[in-house]
Write a protein that binds this ligand. Structure first.
Ligand code: BG6
Length: 524
């Protein structure tokens, strides 16, 4: 991980393939513009949009500016750094002219190619970059041109391996930046700090003290016009294989030897390779899939998944997945990890909660003990175990649930929630993940990018699950209504173990957006 003080960013030229796409318009260019406004970009940088459409550079910049509201301070100056190049992915001549264009740019600038394109275009583009001499190592920084690849990195272990092998015929692993925007979120990076910059957590972060861990990533959005892609992917490929696996790794990994990119990623790979495969006879209990039907969210009617554009009317693609898994190593032996994600759920929440073991059933945790004491009153129920909740989004922060005595003559005990909120503590919401990740690309820091073996290890765990889903036609795919917390089977997954899905409600403060005010304190 990079030092807290960022090094100077060298001059760079970023070429974005798929320049007319949503990602460029909604994420990449706005992130670059914010970096520019904060003075974090070097004087010499250029962003070249590449696409099939014949577009004049000024028009390209204007279109992006309109989306951003080009009255924004500094936009006109920023737009001077935008250029456009028409290119057919398969035409070698277009890469030759791209090379000429790059040569005309800032002298020794670092080159990066961002492939915001459908998966099938990745290999042809990388091949052409190689042939045009645009992907060669440079001896001065030891990395050379970088190529940023968006997920999905294959659709199973086999295809991920093939993709990686092919990329390696042109590029060195150090040039490949497999991007997962979850890793760029401040709150995700803060997991390292919470665990390894504080001495109080690490001694209890293990099977002796932790009862179980939950990871929830729920979304209110549906498939947002991406039916063609999503119907082939589903929740496991779209969310679990990447975002949720990274969250799981960060919460469960051993302390890395250092914050150097490979040390951090080595530690993550160890978690993935220690995941216990779900045996096929446990499938019906430990892996629950669901698909939303019509319903409503916040009073707004929502269509069912099968009614969405570009989705097969008899689609069996899951829009929800919940899994129970174990990490078979010394630290986590016997501790279940419950993970769930879904579209069209009641609230947008990404949260990890670490549930500690209950205190022994003596003193405050037993009615009998109170009965023996004359002065004390009986507690009304058993004590809630401590929960540490890491809110990735929204209302980014951390909450801790612990027990306090209620003031008064009685020995009444109640859970209390202590909150840390980024917005309150730092007076602003954390920056967008792409800001951090684009700077890291420019600086050649791969810590927050997925390494080949990480991607493959995640597929190795999920591949059998996906095969089982595809192979067992009678495997239940329970439906859930849009606006609910997923199929009831997902509740049984955890409730059969005597536990409940938990979301710690963020206590409302003046600075909150209030968006998650509707979140229940527990869900399920
Ligand atoms: C993307 C998925 O990677 O992440 C989308 O393809 C999903 O389906 C999105 O909606 C969620 O990202 P975020 O940052 O809004 O939680």
């Amino acid at each position: 991980m990079s030092n807290h003080k960022r090094q100077r960013v060298d001059p760079f030229q970023l070429t974005i393939f798929g320049a007319s796409g949503d990602l460029t318009r909604e994420k990449l260019v706005p992130a670059l513009f914010r970096l520019y406004q904060q003075g974090l970009l070097p004087d010499e940088f250029r962003v070249i949009g590449v696409g099939r459409t014949d577009l004049e550079a000024g028009k390209f910049a204007r279109t992006l500016g309109q989306h951003l509201d080009d009255e924004c301070e500094g936009w006109a100056d920023f737009a001077e750094h935008l250029a456009y190049h028409r290119l057919d992915y398969d035409r070698p001549d277009d890469y030759t002219s791209l090379r000429e264009m790059l040569r005309d740019g800032p002298g020794d600038a670092v080159r990066a190619f961002y492939l915001s394109v459908p998966p099938k275009a990745i290999i042809p583009i990388v091949d052409q970059l190689g042939r045009a001499g645009l992907a060669e190592h440079r001896s001065d920084d030891g990395i050379g041109p970088r190529v940023v690849v968006e997920k999905p990195f294959g659709s199973d272990l086999e295809s991920a391996r093939q993709l990686n092998q092919h990329l390696h015929t042109v590029l060195d692993e150090r040039q490949i930046f497999r991007i997962d925007h979850y890793l760029g979120k401040e709150t995700v990076q803060n997991i390292h700090v919470l665990r390894f910059a504080n001495s109080i957590f690490e001694p209890i972060w293990n099977q002796k003290y932790v009862d179980h861990v939950q990871v929830t990533v729920s979304e209110t959005v549906g498939i947002a016009g991406r039916g063609g892609y999503y119907d082939q992917a589903g929740a496991i490929r779209d969310m679990v294989q990447n975002h949720l696996m990274h969250l799981l790794c960060l919460v469960a990994m051993e302390p890395p030897n250092s914050l150097a990119p490979d040390d951090v990623r080595d530690a993550k790979v160890k978690v993935l390779t220690a995941l216990r495969p779900i045996p096929s006879d446990c499938f019906r209990n430990d892996c629950i899939r669901g698909q939303y039907t019509a319903g409503s969210i916040g009073g707004e009617p929502m269509p069912g998944y099968r009614e969405e554009e570009d989705v097969a009317p008899d689609s069996n693609t899951e829009t929800f997945a919940a899994l129970k898994t174990y990490i078979d190593n010394w630290r986590w032996s016997g501790v279940p990890f419950y993970i769930r994600t879904g579209k069209r759920m009641p609230a947008r929440i990404s949260e990890i909660s670490v549930h500690f073991k209950p205190v022994p059933r003596v003193l405050f945790n037993t009615a009998d003990a109170f009965a023996r004491s004359r002065s004390a009153r009986r507690p009304t129920g058993s004590l809630q175990p401590n929960v540490l909740s890491i809110r990735i989004q929204p209302n980014e922060g951390i909450s801790m649930l612990f027990q306090v005595k209620v003031p008064g003559p009685e020995m009444a005990v109640e859970p209390f929630q202590m909150d840390f909120s980024y917005a309150e503590a730092f007076g602003r919401h954390p920056p967008d993940a792409y800001e951090r990740l684009l700077l890291d690309v420019a600086q050649g820091d791969q810590t927050l990018f997925t390494r080949q073996d990480e991607a493959e290890a995640a597929w190795a765990f999920l591949g059998p699950i996906l095969r089982e889903c595809a192979g067992q036609k009678d495997l239940p795919l329970p439906n859930y209504e849009a606006g609910t917390w997923g199929p009831s089977e997902a509740d049984e997954l955890i409730e059969n173990d005597g536990r409940r899905w938990t979301i710690l409600r963020h206590r409302h403060r003046a600075t909150d957006s209030g968006k998650d005010d509707t979140c229940p304190s527990t869900s399920g």
